[in-house]
Design a protein around this ligand. Sequence first.
Ligand code: GLN
Length: 508
Amino acid sequence: MSTDLTRLTAAELAGKIHAKEISAVEAARAHLDRIAAVDGGENGVHAFLHVAGESAIASAELVDAGIAAGTGPASSLAGVPLALKDVFTTRDMPTTCGSKILEGWQPPYDATVTARLRAAGVTILGKTNMDEFAMGSSTEHSAYGVTRNPWDRSRVPGGSGGGSAASLAAFEAPLAIGTDTGGSIRQPAAFTGTVGVKPTYGGVSRYGLVACASSLDQAGPCARTVLDAALLHEVIGGHDPLDSTSIDAPVPSVVAAARRGAEGDLSGLKVGVVRELGGEGYEPGVRTAYDASLRRLEKLGADLVEVSCPHFEYAMAAYYLILPSEVSSNLARFDAMRYGMRSTVSSGGGVASAEEVMAATREAGFGPEVKRRIILGTYALSSGYYDAYYGQAQKIRTLISRDFEAAFTQADVLVSPTTPTVPFPIGDKIDDPLAMYLNDLATIPTNLAGTAGMSVPSGLSDGLPTGLQIMAPALGEALMYRVGAAFEAARDADDGGPLIARVPEVAP
Ligand code: GLN
């Protein structure tokens, strides 16, 4: 075969499969071979925790049969391979959430996202590595080893969805699914030169998404192009009666918006430059890329207006009270009785109590970051402290939402750098929780407000990728995709091709 199928976009692959130029099975095999070549070994990417070769081929065969019989394809992405973050339940694959406590657990049901992917004929290649229960910014908090950044394998790919993002940058999959509670889709996208979208809260079902912080968690698409992310967004998005926070409204027309954006005209649009993001605390290389991005948006015809969101300064503090509080409640379900591992306890010849078994299991099963957050959250919710911590944090959350509302009266979308730094070396921040938390300085406000955000590649700083964050009001995804696609097209044109084409070849 002359073309390397792993280098094609999802849209290109789908086009070829549906035109019968290639089969879905060939597409699946090419990506499974690529995974076999680059994912394993000492210095491998290690994006995957589980590769589901047989079921991937079986699913692709069904798509091919449907196309041959004239009854398919099932969707615009039928036959396209995808990597699924290991936080979504899958009835035929293990689901670990990157935690020892769920080692060997195979859920009895599919998440809605999983079910929609299957119904659309998307080929699920396997489950991707992540920080334990989605807490972290580097994938180093996985109980199953770190994922390496394909741009520089001594560096982290970001987190918590580092496996999903790295699988895209290593050409192991053209599409992936992530979840974003404070930045876990957008920050890894920025770190790997890929595209990641956090939809409006309630835009994609959380049913079967193992909860981190339920009021912040949101599933979303990851891809190498804005159009591919849009195609995936329309497959997974939309109302689900199984999730009580799911929005009962049509999915925004993001595919049409991405196509329109690619025409490269943003005249008449107001882009808000957030004064509080992108200045102090951001690396010089990131700021240089950001300045160039702003000039590029201007060249596309957008009007840049400076907006101020004064309460963003308190977003991190509020987030690190609200998230741990919800974590301390959500993770109570891992009680050694219902799921996964159960430690044996010797109780001096007698029978160990349920509490002893639970304590021993949680001691052995949870990693240090998860424990830290459970303890922090339990404290923040305890009587006498509740109002001072959790109550105050909720008030800040309201003020942040109001900052967004005010900003969106002055601008159609807002922008900032996605992250304060480029990908950092493995091990650099693992012993400094605060330094790790600061990765999400620019992404957290969007989660607190429940609005939409995306990261698109904005260029390299010393050979490492940076991202531009585009933020939109709730259900304002169409405009966000339009701006993202216009920016991407302009950047690619100025640079002689997509950023991702410059990722060094990951030698097997
Ligand atoms: N890095 C952030 C945290 O550790 C975000 C995590 C996420 O979005 N799941 O909480």
